[in-house]
Structure formats: C-alpha cells, structure tokens
Write a protein that binds this ligand. Structure first.
Ligand code: PMP
Length: 437
C-alpha cells in the first residue's frame, strides 16, 4: 500500500530498515517458532525476534495473561501506589537470582535498565562515603543500549561520536576476542582471559578510588557473540572486589535461559553486584526490563545521604500491570516447559549443527554457547556488511530469519526450537552461504 511503501515518512534508524527502503518486508503474524510475512509465507525464527522472544511467539499463557490484565486493571502507578502483580513478579524474579541479588527495580527496556544500574552504582558509592568514585568502565565492543549511559559505557564508537560529550569519566577495557587463537573453537574459548588485566591498567591510570563500577555483557551479543575466555569473568570479579569496584552484568541477552541456565551468573558461577535484564523477561511481548541488586546496595541506595525520598528515579510505566502480567505468563511458560534449562539440553546438538557449516564459502569463524551462535563471514573488500546482508536477504526469501551485525550472522532462536527445526535452520543456511557472492 502507499502507506507501507512510504518508509521515507518515518525516521527508521536501524540500518536494515534503511537498506530495506526499496522493498519493505513486513511481518504480519507470529506463532510459536514462525513469523508470517505480508505475502503469506512462514519464516522460521532463528533470532527470537531481537534476542527476546525466548518462549516463542504468541504463547497461550502469555496471551491469556495479557488479555485478562488489560480488561481487569489497565494501568496503575508504581509511584506512591502499587498493584499486587508487581510484588508477585518481583518476588518470583528475586527467587530466581542468586541470594544476594534479591532486590528488583522495574524498567521498560534494556537501555533503561542500564541507565538505572549505572545510577544505582554511583548512588551506592556515594552512600557509603565513596563519593570520589564516579568513573564507569565499559568494554570495547560492549553494547548496552542507546541511552546516554549505555552509549557512554558502550564500546561502539560510531554510536556515540555524533552526540558530542557523553558521560564524563568513562573508560573502556579491551575486549576479549582473539580470533587468531580461538577461531572455530567450540563453546568457551581457551585463550584470552589475560585481556582482563587491562582493567588493572585502567585502575592504575585513574586510581581505584575514582572508579565506581565496571559493566560487561557476560557474553557480548549484539557486536557479534564474543564469549568470555575461560577464567575471564572470575578474574574480573576478583579485581573488582580487590579494588572496591562494583561489577554489573548486562544480562539483557543472556538472561532468561539463553545459555541453558536462568541467568549467565548461574551459568558461569560468578555473582555480580548488579544485573540488568529486559527482552526475555516478557519474551518480547510487552516492553519491560528489571535491574537486580544486592541488599547492601539497596539499603545504601534507600538510606544514603540523598536517599530515595529526595532522589527521584522511576518511570511512568515501571511495573506496568500488563507488562507484569506478560512476565508472569512468560515465567509460567518457562517453568512448565523447562525452557530455562532447555538450551543446555540442546547445546551440543546446536554446536554440532552450527560447526557443520565450517566448510561453507566465506566462513572465517564460528562461535557458540547455549542457544547462541555466530558465523563470521569474510567481508567483501571495501564493502563491509554487504556479504552478510545479502545472506540475510537470501535467508529471508528461503524462509529463515537470521540477524547480521557487520559481517557476522548471529543466531539465537526461541528456546522452544526442536531438533528438526535446528536441522532446517542450518540446512537452509548452508544453501544461503553457497548461494551468495
Ligand atoms: N544491553 C544489551 C546487552 C543488549 O543486547 C541490548 C539490546 N540489544 C540492550 C542493552 C538495550 O536494550 P533495549 O534495546 O531494550 O533498550
């Protein structure tokens, strides 16, 4: 129609949408593992939307919970008021986290969760008399959303260079990715844990007494599935502890079963001081996020010199009733279907299938963990992203949804995927890789 063809009428900053300008591709329906396209085809979802629809699409418990909630209580402020589902959800989520992380703050997205966690970290340091600790440390190739906090600590220069001054006092550690030594390694890479020592350099450069917190994705997702080498996260925890620095895990992608455990903190056995989540909390159905923190951080934040009575922080839609209902329906679905550990049951099958693409044209690396995978393609000289984007288009035409980031294909299917669908995904991808230039 005229309306759908006139994409120029919208500002759509996602690169893929810009590239789609001439030929818009639309999804008009979704159920379980499939999207329905506007021309009536079924597309197997290899990415859980944008890493979020972990329980699959339009699942009955979630649909029912949302419909019932809208009819019953459409909105209630979390400011000076509350509603029972907010507390029910908070209690259930807190029980899923390792015991120190039993306080929850609701947001509406990953970006808001990141901003919230950074603010709590700074407020905590100030509350315990460490007001000189104002620096925040991120990591090269880290992705933490598109708020000013997230782009400041994020490691993607192109996402921030347009906007002038970011948060001041931010520095970035080296990333952990060592393709030369880890190419085609399966699961957790053996090499590269020593890159964490870059934090020691940063501590020496700025002095530990100026640093409030370090934020990392346990597994970097959006920048191409970069896995923490063996021992890396443990050492990161130790360096932070030794220097009074808070450690924040951004689990917006790794949370809610992606790795085969409820959270990456369970999977790696490393407990940070704060955890940010979003996406899988409602399986993508309604925007929502949550930040988890320990009792000591919570108490300091609530009782410190600029405690919550004076310091306002919250969103109109924090703990939105419909989002809470969607999250509760999603947690029911995860629990009843064993989805939070399903990736661990499937991970060997997933790994074998993925690494079966090793000999396909253009492939220079394959990485995997849980139900995450990445296939890195050799870029076409002088035309970065072109090869992966043509793979994306061909895959869509052949009935599979993949996502690309640079020349890397990233995969993260809903956790309900069957072995037959894993086979279908990789069979089709094999044909795609042979078909593209
Ligand atoms: N952090 C991480 C690790 C993410 O992967 C993302 C989104 N891909 C975000 C934060 C931002 O989340 P949102 O897009 O919901 O703001």
């Amino acid at each position: 129609s005229a309306a759908t063809n006139n994409l120029e009428a919208f500002w759509m900053p996602f690169t893929a949408n810009r590239q789609f300008k001439q030929a818009p591709r639309m999804f008009v329906g979704a159920k379980d593992m499939h999207y329905t396209t506007s021309d009536g085809r079924q597309v197997l979802d290899g990415t859980a939307g944008l890493w979020c629809c972990n329980a699959g699409h339009s699942r009955p418990k979630v649909v029912e919970a949302v419909q019932k909630q809208i009819a019953e209580l459409d909105y209630a402020p979390a400011f000076q008021m509350g509603h029972p589902k907010a507390f029910e959800l908070a209690a259930r989520l807190a029980a899923m986290m390792p015991s120190p992380l039993n306080h929850v703050f609701f947001t509406n997205s990953g970006s808001e969760s990141v901003d919230t966690a950074l603010k709590i970290a700074l407020a905590y340091q100030r509350s315990i008399g460490q007001g000189t600790r104002t620096r925040l440390i991120g990591r090269e190739r880290g992705y933490h959303g598109v708020g000013f906090g997230g782009i400041s600590v994020g490691g993607i220069v192109s996402n921030r260079k347009t906007f002038g001054t970011m948060l001041t006092g931010v520095d970035h550690m080296r990333h952990t990715h060592d393709p030369a030594r880890n190419a085609f390694s399966r699961g957790i890479p053996e090499h590269g844990a020593e890159y964490v020592e870059d934090l020691i350099r940063i501590i020496q450069l700025h002095d530990a007494s100026t640093i409030a917190a370090v934020i990392v994705e346990p597994v970097a997702g959006s920048t191409g599935v970069l896995l923490p080498p063996k021992g890396y996260l443990e050492r990161l925890r130790k360096i932070c502890d030794d220097n009074g620095i808070l450690l924040i895990f951004d689990e917006v992608i790794t949370g809610f079963g992606r790795l085969g455990a409820p959270f990456a903190t369970d999977f790696f056995g490393v407990t940070p001081d704060l955890v940010t989540t979003a996406k899988g909390i409602t399986s993508g159905v309604i925007p929502m996020g949550a930040v988890f923190c320990s009792s000591s951080i919570y108490d300091a934040f609530m009782n410190g010199p600029e405690h919550m009575i004076e310091l306002f922080h919250g969103y109109t839609y924090s703990a939105h009733p419909v989002a809470c209902a969607a999250a509760l329906g999603t947690l029911d679905t995860y629990e009843e279907e064993g989805l939070l550990t399903r990736a661990s049951e499937l991970s060997q099958y997933w790994e074998d299938g993925l690494h079966g693409l090793k000999d396909c044209p253009h492939v220079i690396d394959i990485r995997n963990l849980g139900l995450i995978g990445a296939i890195e393609l050799e870029p076409i000289a002088g035309e970065p992203t072109k090869r992966a984007f043509s793979a994306f288009l061909k895959a869509y035409d052949d009935g599979i949804l993949i996502r690309t980031t640079g020349d890397i294909i990233a995969l993260s299917p809903p956790l309900i995927i069957s072995k037959a669908q894993i086979d279908e995904l990789f069979d089709k991808l094999r044909k795609v890789l042979h078909a593209i230039a």
